[in-house]
Write a new protein. Structure first.
Length: 117
């Protein structure tokens, strides 16, 4: 099992920045392929970004490309999501996730991000 805990959410005005963190435990951290997802009110959860366990490859949703940066510190066992130039449509609950072999099966409880116009 993998335990995930997000932090760093909050309220910010459009154009501002936030950095989310996700601490993982339960497995060797650098073997975990991980990602961020979000869910806006009334909408389905959607993919935001992902990163390989060794940190060598990154993947982004088109809606956040060039504004968000995913990274990880395999020594501190933390994954980050730096969010810049935030827009009101970025509002939602952000979830940290980890893959079990091929699928994202482990999830954190989420952290709220609210962007006001």
């Amino acid at each position: 099992q993998v335990q995930l805990k997000e932090s760093g959410g909050g309220s910010v005005q459009a154009g501002g920045s936030l950095r989310l963190s996700c601490i993982a435990s339960g497995r060797t951290f650098n073997e975990l392929n991980m990602g961020w997802f979000r869910q806006a009110p009334g909408k389905e959860r959607e993919f935001v970004a992902a990163i390989r366990g060794d940190g060598t490859n990154w993947y982004y949703a088109d809606s956040v490309k060039d504004r968000f940066t995913i990274s990880r510190d395999n020594v501190e066992k933390v994954m980050y999501l730096q969010m810049d130039r935030l827009k009101p449509e970025d509002t939602g609950v952000y979830y940290c996730a980890a893959k079990n072999i091929l699928k994202f099966e482990f999830w954190g409880q989420g952290t709220q991000v609210t962007v006001s116009s």
